[in-house]
Design a protein around this ligand. Structure first.
Ligand SMILES: NC(=O)c1ccc[n+]([C@@H]2O[C@H](COP(=O)([O-])OP(=O)(O)OC[C@H]3O[C@@H](n4cnc5c(N)ncnc54)[C@H](O)[C@@H]3O)[C@@H](O)[C@H]2O)c1
Length: 291
């Protein structure tokens, strides 16, 4: 399959980990890539590496939480590479602790980076994709924590749930347009997420980083999957038009437990309120306003 050879992509969080893995895989597949990240030094190193490997890439400075920077980044990327047709909304950070130990500032910061930024990215690129026409693709990086509720990282996990449903809705709304959508739900991947997240959270709180917690989390994630292989998997999924990208089967019993709990609640529902107009509309196409 030739696609995405010759296409131009913008990957956020491309200076490290899974984003860098996606950028490497896209370059290997013949795509041109804009590497967008808040970490200028690491972006420069990644640009050098991929240029040396024969890729056509450009580094773009971007804080994904800033809508103005998104527009500037899109303009810079398109000036350098031509119209972007692939958007990988991948930048993300873990953060927060147990719910009652998470401050509102941290909660909002985690939501802004992990889900609001994906909405901003889509808002900037969707009109460009529609104007350009042809095959386009959006990948949002959620997480297994976006399908399985994860204790002690409640802000992160619930933000990833939002990213997951945002992606499903986007997929449904874009059906038949030529703009594909995928959502990546990785299990553990060996990246710098523990260090990047721990340091930025401490900065936000004006505190010293909790180095013991960072080291513990880093030791755990270091045993995860190879981010380059996850990048390869994402490119394969885009080529196939696959929506949901899962990296580890080990999580299936936990996902099943969530769905069993929901089904059980339906089985126990006594239907005391009778038919629901919105559900009838969505399930049966019945329009309660017209009829
Ligand atoms: N590593 C894992 O185990 C794992 C598991 C599930 C999901 N994820 C998700 O994968 C994605 C990539 O994470 P990773 O593990 O590769 O981590 P990483 O820390 O190695 O890479 C994330 C990159 O995002 C960048 N970034 C952070 N905040 C940014 C901002 N405001 N604007 C622009 N760039 C910003 C960082 O500088 C970094 O280069 C994230 O969305 C993360 O939540 C990771």
């Amino acid at each position: 399959m030739n696609w995405p050879a010759g296409e131009a992509a913008l990957v956020t969080g491309a200076a490290s980990g899974i984003g860098l893995g996606m950028a490497r895989a896209l370059v290997a597949a013949g795509a041109k890539v804009a590497l967008a990240d808040i970490d200028g030094e690491r972006v420069a190193a990644a640009v050098q590496e991929l240029t040396d490997a024969g890729g056509t890439v450009v580094g773009v400075s971007l804080d994904v939480t800033d809508p103005d920077q998104w527009v500037a980044a899109a303009d810079k990327a398109e000036a350098a590479l031509g119209p972007i047709s692939i958007l990988c909304n991948n930048a993300g950070l873990s953060g927060g602790k147990e719910i009652d130990r998470t401050t509102l500032d941290v909660w909002r910061w985690v939501y802004r980076v992990n889900v609001e930024a994906q909405f901003i990215g889509v808002s900037v690129f969707l009109p460009r994709f529609k104007a350009r026409g042809g095959r386009c693709h959006i990948v949002n990086t959620a997480s297994m924590a976006g399908i399985v509720p994860m204790q002690r990282v409640g802000a992160y996990s619930s933000a990833k749930f939002a990213s997951f449903s945002f992606s499903m809705i986007l997929r449904d709304e874009l059906k038949g347009t030529g703009i594909g959508v995928s959502v990546l739900c990785p299990g553990t991947v060996a990246t710098r997420i523990a260090v990047n997240s721990g340091e930025r959270e401490a900065e936000l709180l004006g505190q010293d980083a909790d180095s013991a917690a960072i080291e513990g989390n880093f030791a755990l994630t270091s045993q995860g999957a190879d981010p380059d292989r996850v990048g390869d998997q994402v490119v394969e999924a885009m080529q196939k038009g696959q929506f949901l990208i899962i990296t580890h089967r080990d999580w299936e019993p936990l996902v099943t437990a969530v769905h069993t709990e929901i089904r059980q609640a339906f089985a126990e529902c006594d239907d005391r309120h009778g038919p629901d107009v919105s559900a009838r509309y969505l399930v049966q196409g019945f329009n309660p306003v017209a009829e």
